[in-house]
Design a protein around this ligand. Structure first.
Ligand code: HEC
Length: 144
């Protein structure tokens, strides 16, 4: 057996023994062990050795806004496709023209804040103002 293999074997048996050695299946880790585990599973790049240069990998999170089409089909169509509770129907040109008489900003605000049977944000609490607006733009683009 060559040395690297022997080493691997020993390491493996040690792990195996320590895993089986605990007769308690819920292994309680000490604070030190937890810290050691946290350090081991920490993303590479977080541990800096002395003399090492700092290289940062920028994590770019792009939370792209969902499209008006997506928002509409997920959150609004249940009421606006069929006109439930007097909701102006998707595609109903005259119903939307009537709403727009008070100006687009008022229409946006009513949808965001809610009005009568229209729940605030159409109940989409995760929708940003812009997402609600884009859903309205989507309805309007298809209702004129
Ligand atoms: C639970 C049913 C329901 C859902 C879901 C719903 N709406 Fe409505 N919506 C209504 C009703 C009812 C009205 C009419 C309210 C009134 O004027 O009495 C309305 C009205 C509106 C209006 C007109 C506001 C105005 O100025 O009078 C807009 C714009 C609108 N909804 C957009 C949306 C958008 C965008 C969504 C999805 C994010 C949505 N709605 C989801 C029921 C709903």
């Amino acid at each position: 057996m060559s040395h690297p293999n022997l080493f691997a074997f020993l390491l493996f048996s040690t792990l195996l023994l320590s895993a089986c050695g605990a007769d308690n299946s819920d292994v309680e880790l000490t604070e030190n062990q937890k810290a050691a585990v946290a350090e081991r599973i920490a993303p590479a790049g977080h541990v800096l050795m002395e003399g090492q240069s700092v290289t940062t990998t920028e994590v770019v999170t792009t939370v792209s806004a969902r499209s008006g089409d997506d928002i509409y089909n997920t959150n609004c169509m249940a009421c606006h496709n069929s006109g439930i509770a007097g909701a102006p129907k998707y595609g109903d040109i005259s119903a939307w023209a009537l709403k727009l008489e008070k100006g687009i900003d008022a229409v946006y605000a009513n949808a965001i804040n809610g009005i009568r049977g229209m729940p605030a944000r159409g109940t989409c609490m995760s929708c940003s103002d812009d997402e609600v607006k884009s859903a309205i733009d989507y309805i309007l683009a298809n209702s004129k």
